[in-house]
Ligand binder design. Structure first.
Ligand code: HPA
Length: 273
């Protein structure tokens, strides 16, 4: 019975399902969040595994989240790309939300690139790509609650976003004529967007962007010793009315518009890993 399996056993079961279908060990993992789905390129030799075929993987119900694991060497190193993620606001627990990251680590991934869409709070503009340098976990929950002491509980979170990877991303951006600002990401559960007062609170707390994902995955990745890089596409300003309304469709549309730039940046980062 799956419910009786330990976390370690469930991770191993899922990792085996992935490894059975993929030749080689992926060294790099990528989580493609809202707006980032179109960035994935599937070469002719890519292995594509629907999440439904990996035991224990959550299903994605959000538009723009395909729900496929793509394993491909098209960008240099063999890379495991999670095209779509599950969110807390869909009703998944943070343990379920972060399960795919545990599976990638068990498959051999050492470096994780996490991406998302975010609302801008201060110092950033809609359409801008930024690099996450720190975070505020304001989800009122934590993915390591209940984790045994031997499995990584008291995790150091200084430099959780790897300083060398931050620099590498900035160099890759410069090469593409982009200036990547370093931001602090505030993570909230959503699914509502922020009120003006909430956006003001997040500014006072020192965040430049706010999103509804990513931080739980980063915490789990750090507990497993992975190096982490975080990239965010600012799709709107939080706490302000957007022209035409602030909808998830607008977030996806912004991703589509920026996809060529995002793809080039991601490729130039991964080639350097
Ligand atoms: N708030 C929270 N998450 C988001 C936003 C926002 O304004 N835009 C995209 N993701």
């Amino acid at each position: 019975m799956r419910a009786e399996l330990s976390m370690k056993e469930r991770v191993e079961l899922a990792a085996r399902a992935v490894q059975d279908r993929c030749a080689g060990t992926p060294a790099v993992g990528v989580v493609l969040g809202s707006g980032w789905g179109p960035v994935a390129e599937r070469s002719r030799t890519a292995t594509i595994i629907p999440y439904a075929e990996i035991p224990g993987f959550p299903r994605c119900s959000v538009e723009g989240h395909a729900g496929d694991l793509i394993i491909d060497a098209g960008w240099g190193p063999l890379t495991a790309i999670l095209q779509g993620r599950a969110h807390r606001y869909e009703g998944w627990s943070l343990e379920e939300v972060t399960f795919p990251v545990r599976v990638l680590a068990a498959c051999g991934v050492k470096t994780l690139v996490v991406t998302n869409a975010s609302g801008g709070l201060q110092g950033v503009e809609p359409g801008e790509l930024v690099v996450i340098a720190d975070h505020l976990n304001l989800m009122g929950d934590h993915p390591l609650i209940g984790i045994g002491a031997s499995e990584g509980r008291f995790v150091e979170m200084v430099d959780a976003y790897d300083p060398a990877l931050l620099q590498l991303a900035e160099e890759a951006a410069r090469k593409n004529g982009l200036l990547l600002k370093r931001v602090t990401l505030a993570a909230v559960t959503g699914p509502t967007y922020e009120t003006p007062a909430e956006a003001q609170m997040l500014r006072v707390l020192g965040a430049q962007v706010v999103g509804m994902s990513t931080v739980p995955e980063v915490i789990v990745a750090r507990s497993l010793g992975l190096r982490v890089l975080g990239l965010s596409l600012v799709t709107n300003m939080a706490g302000r009315r957007a022209p035409g309304g602030k909808t998830h469709e607008a977030v996806v549309a912004m991703g589509l518009r920026q996809a060529p730039v995002m793809r080039r940046l991601l490729r130039d980062i991964i080639i350097r890993l």
